[in-house]
Design a protein around this ligand. Structure first.
Ligand SMILES: C[S@@+](CC[C@H](N)C(=O)[O-])C[C@H]1O[C@@H](n2cnc3c(N)ncnc32)[C@H](O)[C@@H]1O
Length: 240
């Protein structure tokens, strides 16, 4: 390694440390996360979806899926994003979704069938840390309130998987709770609640933009929106 390469690798290490600073760890196991979403599935549209809707819609607008595209949604929950995406890609496009919860998969699958979208939507139940799709198969990936559920060391693994399955000029839109270097009182309160009730307040704020940059994505657009003083970041990034 020459001196320039050494400096770059030092810069990457310090950048990675910055993006991991102040990000709490996730103590629960994958099976506990799956069980928690299986329990929540029935109530999700009543309680969580209305809060998330405006952020999800902003993300979908920014991703701007067009007819004919092949899109992946990671952690689709009760299918808010899947429907919008299925409408945007039209008859000539395709939407794939992956979610770890059997209950979320069952709920969304039945909605997809009722809406007559079965031909263009394919849903898989599985862990996004190991995407069951071939390399370079998607034009775009959408992920809302899901990246922040992965434990800190696993986030780069998920993002590398996203890079692998995205086409060369593909784009990734992440909607996630935003951590700040100087966290506000609301962020601190929220994190306290997350520590106390990790199964109910399970998303935690992360450094979305920095984590994407660490994973080699280039940032194309970022928007910050707040709700009740809690910042949410919508980041569109590109593979190159
Ligand atoms: C907070 S919900 C968000 C749902 C939806 N994206 C929305 O914005 O309304 C997170 C979703 O991610 C799924 N999930 C959690 N861990 C996952 C994993 N390791 N792989 C795939 N999906 C996961 C959960 O089952 C749940 O449906």
């Amino acid at each position: 390694m020459n001196s320039i390469e050494m400096n770059i690798s030092k810069m990457n290490v310090s950048k990675m440390n910055v993006s991991k600073m102040n990000v709490s760890r996730v103590p629960r196991s994958k099976s506990a996360a799956r069980a928690s979403y299986d329990r929540m599935g029935k109530w999700y549209d009543l309680f969580a979806s209305p809060f998330e809707k405006k952020f999800v819609n902003t993300g979908l607008q920014k991703l701007h899926a067009v007819p004919g595209e092949i899109i992946l949604e990671i952690g689709f929950g009760t299918g808010q994003g899947i429907f919008e995406l299925a409408g945007s890609v039209g008859n000539s496009g395709r939407v794939c979704g992956i979610d770890i919860s059997e209950k979320m998969c069952a709920i969304t699958r039945s909605k997809v069938e009722k809406a007559g979208f079965s031909e263009r939507v394919q849903l898989v139940c599985g862990d996004a840390a190991k995407l069951p799709f071939p390399s370079e198969s998607f034009d775009a990936i959408f992920m809302s309130f899901t990246l922040e559920l992965f434990d800190t060391p696993e986030i780069p693994i998920v993002l590398q998987e996203c890079r692998r399955v995205l086409k060369k000029d593909g784009r990734l839109c992440v909607v996630a709770m935003k951590q700040k270097h100087d966290p506000t009182l609301m962020i601190k309160l929220y994190e306290w609640a997350h520590g106390k009730f990790p199964n109910y307040v399970d998303c935690r704020p992360i450094f979305v933009r920095e984590m994407l940059e660490d994973a080699g994505f280039c940032i194309r657009d970022t928007t910050e929106i707040s709700s009740w003083g809690l910042p949410v970041e919508v980041v569109v990034s590109g593979k190159v």
